[in-house]
Ligand binder design. Structure first.
Ligand code: SF4
Ligand code: SF4
Ligand code: FES
Length: 323
């Protein structure tokens, strides 16, 4: 069948902006988007730039936006895209600077992965766990939750809502990588604590807004958001509870436990404490909520059946403690 491919083009030497170009191509059943792009490059326009290597969903280099979603071009069939969208539109990954056409600059991506120290601490005293062979991971001694399957394609970063507005955010891939080392039994507890303290800072684990897009687009089922949630849990359990994010979570659950529902009027104090400066910053939002009738009575009594809510919290606590 003969199809039209709409490809976003950009040549920094001649173009002021990105623009779309269309190419017509005869494609066979089962052809992938990557195969189609390579043929367009070989047969119609040799200046088309794209990145690829393994063609087997292993190297992660062909990630791009296909019909509005981040995908690996080498494992996306033209037929499936046509069935779902009725067209083939290809663009470079978002949230990363475009170098040319479909090629993006991954420097910031790799910089953030490096920022989480993606290797074991050199002072690892893991020999205590495995005296004969300190760096050997024994079967059953670890649970990486599939984060080690990441191929560093960058699709999650391109889809990340938080990264879109905060370029400093470490992002889903780097945080998933960080969690992999937190889960490694060879890493000493002191080093894990150091890692957690760093991840607890601005641009770290609390900057994720839990939109789930990274989970949806990941071609390797890494589920970065879940890795971030595990990191948050570890941070709170290890006493790192002073960040705004941690205070939000602990304050939220305290209020629900006390009243059986969220009371927004009490949340600001839970999150920012008695800091006058920070409370004043929240004042305009509070006034707007008040005018729209969104501020409940801060002294509201607990809901009927509060005992049941509290018993749910009790069960959750016992389960978390493993009893
Ligand atoms: S869940 Fe968090 S890390 Fe994942 S895409 Fe959304 S904001 Fe980014
Ligand atoms: S977590 Fe998934 S989407 Fe993100 S870089 Fe790794 S493989 Fe790609
Ligand atoms: S070319 Fe390697 S993942 Fe697609």
């Amino acid at each position: 069948m003969r199809l039209t491919f709409t490809i976003q083009r950009y040549n920094p030497e001649t173009d002021a902006h990105q623009h779309e170009e269309q190419f017509r191509l005869d494609v066979g059943r089962g052809m992938t988007v990557l195969e189609s792009l390579i043929r367009i490059k070989n047969e119609q326009d040799g200046t088309l730039s794209l990145r690829y290597s393994c063609r087997s969903a292993i190297c992660g280099s062909c990630a791009m936006e296909i019909n509005g979603a981040e995908k690996l071009a080498c494992r996306t069939t033209v037929r499936r895209e046509l069935e779902r969208h009725g067209q083939i539109a290809v663009a470079p990954l978002k949230n990363l600077p475009v170098i040319k056409d479909l090629v993006v600059d991954m420097s910031s991506f790799w910089g953030k992965v490096l920022d989480v120290t993606p290797w074991l601490s050199s002072t690892s005293p893991a020999s205590a766990a495995h005296p004969g062979d300190p760096m050997r991971l024994l079967p059953g001694s670890y649970q990486f939750h599939n984060v080690d399957a990441c191929i560093m394609c960058g699709a999650c970063v391109a889809a990340c809502t938080s990264h879109e507005v905060s370029k400093g955010f470490l992002g889903p891939a780097a945080l998933a990588k960080a969690e992999r080392f937190m889960a490694d039994p060879r890493e000493p507890e002191t080093a894990k604590r150091r890692r957690l303290v760093e991840l607890d800072q601005e641009n770290g684990i609390w900057d994720c807004v839990r939109c789930n897009f990274c989970v949806q687009v990941c071609p390797k089922d890494v589920k970065p958001m879940e890795a971030i949630i595990r990191l948050r849990r570890r941070a709170i359990e290890s006493g790192l509870v002073s960040s705004g994010g941690a205070r939000h979570i602990t304050g939220f659950s305290e209020i629900v436990q006390q009243e059986g529902r969220l009371n927004e009027a009490r949340m600001p104090l839970k999150i920012v404490g008695f800091s006058l400066k920070r409370l004043l910053r929240l004042l305009p939002l509070g006034l707007k909520m008040l005018l729209k009738g969104k501020v409940p009575n801060p002294l509201a009594p607990p809901i009927p059946g509060i005992a049941q809510v509290r018993s749910i919290f009790g069960v959750a606590r016992r389960r978390a403690a493993g009893s």
